[in-house]
Design a protein around this ligand. Structure first.
Ligand code: B12
Ligand code: SF4
Length: 445
């Protein structure tokens, strides 16, 4: 007999037009796994795959036996607005259980989130640590709530749980049965026709000053290569995958794990194209500690590496971003990547607080230089948007940026539009003009 039910919702994200990539709600798969392992029943609603009418149907069929609804939110992309719409529909039902929110936005602005009348509780930090204790506490002694990691909840007065210590346990062996996986398999140009996304680590060790990974005590931990290989082998066979796109913040932090994974793909004969993100300093470190890494990656099917270059100005890189690398160093790394036939996918940010027009122009010149490499790299330019909790957010406020102060305000916030007084529509147009992605169909491996 199924246990008590938790409904987990990943609200829709309003993506830019013609966006070609695809995504899977890993946050909810991780929470789902923790709940299933402790005897709860779970339903996942993915707003990127289903409509608001589907949500209404789900509520009609299941809300009466649900003990909680969990909703994931990140800052921007309209996701918070869609989350509130899901909450309004649920609250309109007479038997709505408590609605708890988690995710990147909650991790950085827990107090502000909890102020909203449609929010009953928040769980800050990795939800795989907190969701099952929360569900258990809802069923039993309210005193148990005081032990739930990361909890803040209005119940009579304010109830606060313990601190949720970041650690990335329970990664992998995701409960794919909670999703219709075929709907997430995608022809990803630059990887392969049957590509699925995957997350194998949490956190980052670098300290780029605009990045969310610096917030909420971001700690790094990753699945060991062997376990990751077992999972990939299983997925490859089960869903006939030809491609894998890692969504880890930086997949290459542990160089030994990276080499073992690539080696393992070759040894086990898993023929798959794959892509992941890398910090340029990983490549420099690999030259010392894993000198054959790049060749191994290419031999194992790595077809694209995504790297945040951020700027073509050495002053911006060192004084504003703290990227710990110069433009010469980045060019050297990009040349190495290209020399193994791996396509670079390089992202940039313009409009940093204190960046001059000449420095922005240097970024565009640097992009032109990188695009002379073969294979021609993809380039994507974003306009700086200060994200709460990051060091550059504070600096942006000093430069005159006025942040939104409620959930609705944060919903329509992203880096495809000008968010600061020192950028404008022209900054956005220049950024778009230098964004060039590979859009032709993927090659089969
Ligand atoms: C994949 C991805 C996307 C996908 C979709 C997301 C998806 N389905 O997961 C796409 C490509 C659509 C996307 C878009 C954007 N993204 Co994005 N994305 C990511 C990425 C790379 C991976 C997300 C992921 O699966 N992580 C793994 C899971 C396990 O981690 P998690 O989501 O944080 O979940 C954990 C906790 O947060 C918590 N949790 C999460 N949900 C819930 C819910 C409950 C109830 C509970 C209790 C806990 C909980 O528990 C989870 C397990 O530990 C992350 C970076 C990263 N590596 O995390 C950025 C990230 C989430 N994106 C970010 C941003 C800013 C964006 C954009 C808004 C960028 C923009 N344009 O301005 C856009 C929005 C859309 C638009 N208009 O363009 C930021 C969010 C920062 C913030 N303050 O919210 C991140 C963190 C990147 C960064 N380092 O800055 N993104
Ligand atoms: S390397 Fe990437 S994920 Fe890590 S702090 Fe820098 S921008 Fe963020």
């Amino acid at each position: 007999m199924p246990g008590p039910l938790i409904i987990l919702a990943y609200p829709k994200i309003d993506h830019e037009k013609d966006y070609v990539y695809f995504w899977t709600p890993f946050s909810l798969l991780m929470l789902g796994k923790a709940l299933l392992d402790t005897g709860f029943e779970v339903i996942i609603f993915d707003g990127n795959q289903a409509s608001i009418d589907d949500w209404e149907r789900l509520l009609s069929a299941h809300i009466e036996r649900a003990i909680a609804i969990g909703i994931s939110i990140m800052t921007g992309g309209g996701q918070i607005g869609h989350a509130l719409e899901l909450a309004v529909r649920a609250k309109g039902r007479p038997c709505c259980p408590p609605i708890v929110y988690g995710g990147p936005h909650v991790n950085v602005l827990p107090g502000e989130t909890l102020k909203h009348p449609l929010v009953d509780a928040i769980l800050q930090g990795p939800g795989q640590n907190s969701i099952a204790p929360f569900a258990r506490a809802l069923q039993g002694d309210p005193e148990l709530l005081l032990q739930v990691p990361g909890l803040r909840m209005r119940r009579g007065g304010m109830v606060s749980g313990q601190k949720n210590t970041p650690r990335a346990e329970q990664l992998g062996r995701y409960p794919w049965e909670l999703l219709d996986v075929e709907r997430y398999v995608r022809d990803d140009p630059g990887i392969a026709p049957r590509t699925l996304n995957y997350v194998s680590s949490q956190g980052c060790v670098y300290k780029c000053r605009f990045c969310y990974e610096l917030t909420y005590e971001g700690k790094y931990s990753a699945m060991p290569a062997g376990r990751l290989l077992d999972d990939v082998q299983d997925l490859h066979g089960r869903f006939h995958l030809s491609g894998l796109k890692f969504y880890d913040a930086d997949w290459f932090i542990n160089l030994r794990r990276s080499a073992e994974f690539a080696d393992g793909l070759i040894e086990r004969g898993i023929r798959i194209s794959w892509a992941a993100s890398i910090n340029p300093n990983d490549v420099l470190k690999a030259r010392k500690h894993q000198p054959n890494l790049m060749k191994l990656l290419a031999d194992s099917g790595c077809s694209r590496l995504l790297m945040g270059v951020e700027s073509g100005s050495d002053r911006v890189l060192s004084e504003i971003v703290e990227k710990d690398i110069s433009t010469d160093g980045i060019l050297d790394v990009a040349q190495e990547i290209a020399s193994y036939g791996i396509r670079g996918s390089y992202t940039f940010i313009v409009g940093f607080p204190g960046e001059s027009e000449a420095e922005e122009a240097a970024t565009y010149r640097f992009i032109d230089r990188l695009r002379r490499l073969t294979p021609t790299p993809e380039t994507r330019v974003h306009v700086f948007a200060p994200y709460p909790g990051t060091p550059l957010y504070e600096r942006a406020i000093q430069h005159g940026f006025c942040p939104p102060d409620d959930l609705e305000g944060w919903s329509n916030y992203d880096y495809y539009r000008s968010q600061t007084p020192w950028t404008n529509d022209a900054t956005v147009s220049r950024a778009k003009a230098h964004t060039q992605m590979v859009l032709h169909p993927a090659n089969t491996r």
